[in-house]
Design a protein around this ligand. Structure first.
Ligand SMILES: [Zn+2]
Length: 61
């Protein structure tokens, strides 16, 4: 797996709020793997919940 650092994502190891795995690439507390899984789930409730967290974290403009 190749991890690329996005300028908008803090590249800092932190445990994922969902799977508890330390990850260098996470957004709004979820690691990249979990975010990918959220988008693939049939039930989009958790994905929408994450999107709300993203909006809370990055939506202050
Ligand atoms: Zn995770």
């Amino acid at each position: 797996m190749t991890v690329t650092a996005d300028e908008d994502v803090l590249a800092e190891p932190r445990p994922c709020a969902r799977c508890s795995q330390p990850s260098l690439l996470w957004v709004a507390g979820r690691c990249a793997d979990c975010i990918a899984q959220l988008g693939l789930q049939d039930d989009s409730a958790e994905y929408r919940s994450w999107k709300d967290d993203v909006r809370t974290e990055f939506g202050r403009k």
